[in-house]
Design a protein around this ligand. Structure first.
Ligand code: DGJ
Length: 700
């Protein structure tokens, strides 16, 4: 990395992968982020420096105050500060100024120092050339002898184009993840806080912002996401000056972060991507980033998961039978869910006792491992390593191993308590148990679950250790993966409550939701796909009568939903009719035929009538595409509407085939891409609760 141009003219122009950052960078001065957004190839930092000049406004400071990397209190900038720290009430007015800037083709590091408080802040910016996604983070170091109490540090204070006042946020609940909500920002603040001790169902640490008229393919937009699996705060402030300023960072608990001399705190990374062609490109850039940098795409085996078939009612014979049926319909991996260990006959006991239950499995689980191998299935095993039931051998032996606040009653939740991963003995124990079982049983895949919020994350000394807990979790997963080469890990937390880029830096897919109701699932998938690509999203065919919503659906509908994702199934296959198993098997075969495309292609949300929900996946060369249309309610008109495809090459002719449900299998002939996108294809008359799937192939 070389010293930057800043040395010469006090400005930095940093562009890569279609993204442009322009900053002021005068040594001993504050650093101003002048522009962050889609690349404007003829523009440079000098343009923005001059364009950002403002005159004195009556009632305001004599010299208008510019934004800076942390909008620290000492600067007087009118947004909430991005840095809050003090030394028992002293040294609270910071103003970090540039010491040094270093830049390479795809990364930039800015070292700043706050002389009054003796704190240094190092900002790193990395632009992924493949996707244009910017990853930035800040490291605060205490340079003084007295301890520094850090209360808040945003990864970066980002100036946002002031016309982007339309916020799309993602809120949810168990079995109802990633519901998209629209808010128009007025003067004031939009703040989302998560104090659940995990990424959580309630508010996802990611937002899209657009103009009032931004659509899927037009208008300015930006997406932000904080890669952190613990407590978070995201805010967007619409200031009296007319500016928009955004922050995201870890929500620190009281007294959680005290830095002694020389100690540092690193914020979680903030991910940003911009678009001047609507929301669609944001999604595709984030998908490219996740595939390229976090969860490289490998062939994703079709799952069978035992949970809804047996819950805690295990027996060797049941598992053998389910494995046979799963293999028959085309499963490639069998995941044995909760209930195989200790005294875990229901959710009140045994959690934490990671030894195979010898009442249920007197000969261990080797029989299953061997049977799966003979069927050509990979063996996946469920763990919930971070938790313990008080009614367990582990807790009886080590009651001090749980997170707790002295003198405060634990909050009851699913009869379990969180273990303190900041203790070496706890991590050592978990590492030994998981690695030895994994090796012994030839486990290729771990479903890593986490089923409660952590409200009182007190460590051994009684202090809040939420930050350290998350780092310890990441470290433990990495250690296990290093000890078991090739191990694939799924992140599950009561469904999709841990689906952020922090956990995905260490795991390979997420369990999207416990709700496998095919009618509800399309909305959960659509919401989640704003940040995660389909290959990372577990999408399972459920039982005929959904266990969560009690609604009933035929197999065509259930299976049609799951084809677009990392496909799996989770039901008692012995209760499905032979006819339904045949349909399921056809759906799995169809998924396998188009799996590479679904798992690597560009994702498009279609604009449709309200009663239909449509998405598509288009190959990067635009010669191959599949589209899925969920018809959810009766068509309000005599004839259904036409559907406008997206992402195609307008000049290419495509052969279209309807490939699901099978009864509607038919070829329509070839059409111009432009006609398919602008005029659209007439939908057939179907009942509601039908998934229609079309395959489009370049004809020449
Ligand atoms: C919650 C998960 O979301 C389910 O899939 C299942 O693994 C249960 N936990 C098991 O306790």
């Amino acid at each position: 990395m070389s010293k930057t141009q800043a040395d010469r003219d006090g400005l930095i122009t940093f562009r890569a992968g279609g993204t442009l950052l322009c900053l002021t960078a005068q040594v001993s001065e504050r650093v101003q982020l002048l522009y962050a957004g889609p690349d404007l190839p003829s523009a440079s930092a000098a343009d923005f420096e001059r364009l950002s000049t403002r005159e004195h406004a009556p009632g305001g400071p004599q010299n208008p105050i510019a934004n800076s990397l942390l909008n620290a209190i000492g600067t007087g900038y009118p947004s909430p500060p991005g840095l809050l720290a003090h030394r028992t009430g002293q040294d609270w007015v910071g103003d970090p100024c540039l010491v040094e800037a270093k830049q390479s083709e795809t990364s930039l590091t800015l070292m700043t120092h706050d002389a009054a408080c003796n704190i240094s802040a190092e900002h790193t910016f990395d632009i992924d050339p493949g996707s244009g996604v910017l990853r930035c983070a800040c490291r605060i170091t205490n340079q003084a002898d007295s301890p520094l109490a850090l209360e808040w540090c945003a990864a970066l204070c980002v100036p946002i184009n002031p016309s982007l006042t339309n916020i799309t946020s993602f809120a949810g609940k168990w079995a109802g993840e990633f519901q998209t909500e629209q808010t128009t920002l007025v003067r004031g603040s939009f703040v989302q806080e998560n104090r659940s001790g995990r990424t959580g169902h309630a508010s996802y640490p990611g937002l899209y912002l657009g103009e009032s008229n931004t659509t899927e393919n037009s208008g300015q937009a930006v997406a932000r996401h904080l890669g952190w699996s613990g407590n978070t705060r995201l805010r967007v402030d619409h200031l009296a000056t007319g500016e928009l300023s955004a922050q995201a960072g870890e929500l620190l608990l009281p007294g959680e972060m005290t830095l002694q001399r020389g100690e540092s705190y690193a914020t979680p990374p903030l991910y940003l991507t911009w678009s001047d062609q609507g929301y669609g490109p944001l999604t595709r850039s984030l998908h490219r980033y996740v595939r390229g940098q976090l969860c490289p795409v490998a062939p994703r085996p079709v799952h069978y998961n035992s949970w809804e078939a047996v819950y805690f009612d295990h027996s060797p014979a049941r598992l053998m039978e389910l494995a046979n049926r799963a293999a028959e319909v085309g499963a490639e991996r069998f995941v044995l869910d909760d209930g195989w260990f200790g005294a875990r006959r229901n959710d009140t006991a045994g959690l934490g006792d990671w030894t195979v239950c010898d009442n249920v499995y007197p000969d261990g689980l080797e029989f299953l491992s061997e049977h799966l191998q003979s069927l050509g299935l990979e063996f996946g095993l469920w763990f919930e390593p971070e938790m313990v039931n008080p009614d367990s051998d582990l807790y009886r032996a080590h009651p001090d191993w749980v997170l707790q606040a002295p003198g405060v009653e634990q909050i009851a939740s699913r009869h379990q308590l969180p273990l303190d991963l900041t203790r070496d003995d706890v991590c050592e124990h978990l590492f030994e148990r998981i690695v030895s079982l994994t090796k012994q049983l030839n486990i290729a895949y771990i479903k890593w679950d986490m089923n409660r919020d952590i409200q009182h994350p007190g460590g051994e000394a009684g202090h809040a250790v939420m930050h350290q807990q998350i780092l310890a979790l990441y470290g433990l997963i990495e250690r296990i993966k290093a000890a078991v080469p090739g191990l694939v890990v799924e992140s599950c937390a009561s469904g999709g409550a841990r689906a952020d880029y922090g956990i995905l830096t260490h795991t390979d897919r997420v369990w999207t939701s416990d709700n496998n109701d095919a009618r509800a699932h399309h909305a959960i998938m659509r919401g989640t796909a704003h940040f995660l690509p389909l290959d990372v999203l577990g999408n399972h065919v459920g039982p005929q009568k959904c266990h969560i919503t009690r609604r009933q659906f035929d197999m065509e509908f259930r299976a049609g939903a799951a084809i677009f994702g990392h496909m799996g199934m989770e039901m008692d296959l012995t209760q499905e009719s032979a006819q339904d198993r045949a349909i399921l098997s056809d759906a799995i075969a169809l998924h396998k035929r188009h799996r590479t495309l679904i798992h690597t292609g560009d994702y498009h949300r279609l604009s449709t009538h309200k009663h239909i929900c449509g998405i598509g996946v288009v190959a990067s060369d635009r010669r191959d595409a599949v589209f899925q249309l969920a018809v959810l309610d009766p068509h309000p008109t005599m004839h259904p509407p036409r559907i406008n495809f997206a992402g195609l090459d307008p000049d290419q002719r495509y052969e279209i085939q309807s490939i699901w449900p099978q009864a509607l299998d038919k070829s329509f002939g070839t059409f111009a891409g432009s006609a398919l996108m602008q005029y659209g294809l007439q939908l057939p008359i179907t009942n509601p609760d039908t998934y229609l799937i079309y395959h489009l192939k370049a004809a020449t």
